[in-house]
Design a protein around this ligand. Structure first.
Ligand SMILES: *[C@@H]1O[C@H](CO)[C@@H](O)[C@H](O)[C@H]1NC(C)=O
Ligand SMILES: *[C@@H]1O[C@H](CO)[C@@H](O)[C@H](O)[C@H]1NC(C)=O
Ligand SMILES: [Zn+2]
Length: 493
């Protein structure tokens, strides 16, 4: 063997040893099987009850830990959000997405895209205003199938409770076992022919089945009775509409719910969209008696006032109706002292022609306010003026609604929970429909042109940045594995 061959042999031997070690390094798990870690820094991370400077460690779609800023270890993927707030994504338990069957009203794609744009990471869809209504297992399966590939955020579902299924335990068992968060019922006509109002015996029968599964009954609480109306009242005046749905209707319905509510192992009862502040005393008293009752009010009852609604502005029509400014202030009191558990949007859009915008006839226009995208800045603007904090808003828009509907992985920024965040600038001002594009299917909303505090910069869903405001139109992430956006149906276990 000559010298050259010896050098060549030695070279190949070394090469072989080196490439072996490279291969071994490649096959070695990177570091103790830890999944890729992403770290979000902010001086204002909104945890339960406190706003702190911290680094939020995310891996595998969940929050791994929250580390005070000074102790933050270095990671491969770090985003420093400076003074932008990182709040838990909003959980909106009262949303009408209307699909399947009434996609011309909203739909999964546009509705959940608007949610992502507004920092809402979980919505709970209503069983009516879609067609068919969701009152048994088969219609529920159709709902899930219709949502495939269209969800930008996570979507859970209410089942429907109507007189037709209230007394059939098998049908309710099957529907609940599919994974709905609870059942929604109407104590007044719903406005939709295929979703009938329930009466006390229907509610009592269903509560037995609900108790077995320990899931809540959510009630539209208005109990109609005769009202003396002026037949000559101007239908373009908001006061004319307000008179048709008096406070008494809410009070009578809530009294009935309190009467049938349990203090112990019965089913929890949740009162949807409380508008009448006179009812708060009754709800507070039920709480003192240990009754299992929770309640929500909506952004529009906390924002608008009857006296200020312009003639013919049917975009403000909803049920129960928006009441006076004095009432709104007492609703805020109820939020502050905890009588009202949380806030929802009751996003309930309709095509422009159904809102009769030209005629402005409050009595004939379809009711329902379109607002899903605006919940955070709209609530924050009003909350700030009344001395509430970022932590308070996280409580009423994330932690409590998630708890009431049993979505345990949602609602707070804490170890083990889903990494659902809204990154936003609470001080920046935006104008709805002008420098903030509306993503709902229909752009009509009473919030149009309103200036609000709170600009959403990014939205994270299970650790994935699903929305970023960084270009003018906004950017939405596409999940290549699922060939659609990142949202999923959320089924209660
Ligand atoms: C409940 O509904 C199912 C499906 O419609 C039906 O087969 C069954 O007979 C009903 N049970 C009762 C007790 O009415
Ligand atoms: C909370 O405020 C509401 C509205 O002012 C009032 O009716 C209720 O009694 C208060 N509850 C408590 C526990 O202070
Ligand atoms: Zn509703």
């Amino acid at each position: 063997m000559d010298v050259l061959s010896m050098i060549m042999a030695l070279f190949f031997m070394l090469l072989a040893v080196w490439s072996q070690s490279q291969l071994a390094a490649l096959q070695q798990p990177k570091s103790e099987a830890a999944p890729a870690l992403e770290i979000l820094y902010s001086k204002r991370v909104v945890t339960r009850g406190a706003v702190i400077a911290a680094a939020v460690h995310v891996s595998d779609g969940r929050v791994q830990s929250i580390v005070p800023m000074r102790n933050a270890p270095k990671g491969p993927k770090v985003t420093d959000y400076g003074r932008l707030a990182i709040s838990p994504g909003l959980v909106d338990v009262h949303v009408h997405l209307n699909e399947p069957g009434r996609e011309e009203w909203e739909g999964f794609e546009t509705g959940t895209k608007a949610a992502a744009t507004g920092g809402v990471t979980t919505v709970v869809d209503m069983p009516l205003n879609s067609y068919p209504t969701i009152c048994d297992a088969a219609t529920f399966d159709g709902k899930i199938a219709a949502s495939k590939g269209k969800l930008h955020v996570d979507v859970a579902f209410w089942g429907g409770l109507v007189p037709q299924n209230a007394h059939n335990e098998t049908v309710l068992d099957e529907l609940i076992e599919r994974g709905v968060v609870g059942l929604k019922t109407f104590m007044s006509p719903s406005g939709i022919g295929d979703f009938e109002q329930s009466f006390k015996p229907d509610l009592e029968a269903a509560l037995k089945t609900l108790a077995k599964h320990q899931v809540p009954l959510m009630a539209h609480a208005e109990l109609p009775s005769d009202v003396d109306l002026d037949p000559n009242a101007d239908p373009r005046k908001y006061a004319t509409y307000l008179a048709t749905r008096p406070r008494k209707w809410e009070q009578d319905a809530i009294a009935q719910l309190v009467e049938i509510a349990s203090t112990t192992e019965g089913a929890p009862i949740h009162i949807a969209h409380v508008s009448d502040a006179d009812s708060l005393e009754m709800i507070a008293e039920a709480g003192r008696q240990g009754k299992r009752i929770t309640s929500e009010t909506c952004t529009h009852y906390l924002t608008f006032a009857a006296e200020e609604i312009p003639d013919g502005s049917t975009l403000h029509k909803c049920a129960p109706p928006i009441r006076e400014a004095e009432n709104r202030e007492r609703l805020w009191e109820g939020i502050k002292n905890g009588t009202l558990t949380f806030v929802s949007s009751d996003h309930s859009p309709a095509p422009p022609e159904d809102k009769l915008v030209e005629e402005g006839d409050f009595l004939r226009a379809w009711g329902g306010i379109s607002s899903l995208q605006f919940s955070l800045p709209a609530t924050w603007t009003q909350a700030l003026a009344r001395g509430l904090t970022l932590a308070d808003v996280a409580e009423i828009w994330s932690a409590r609604p998630a708890a009431v509907v049993g979505l345990g992985a949602k609602g707070t920024i804490s170890a083990g929970k889903d990494a659902d965040f809204v990154v936003w600038d609470p001080e920046a001002e935006i104008t709805v429909g002008e420098d903030w594009k509306v993503e709902h299917k229909h752009k009509l909303t009473p919030y149009h042109g309103m200036k609000m505090k709170g600009k959403i910069v990014a939205t994270y869903l299970r650790g994935e940045k699903i929305y970023s405001s960084s270009d003018e139109r906004g950017k939405y992430s596409h999940n290549h594995r699922a060939a659609g956006p990142y949202g999923r149906p959320l089924l209660r276990k």
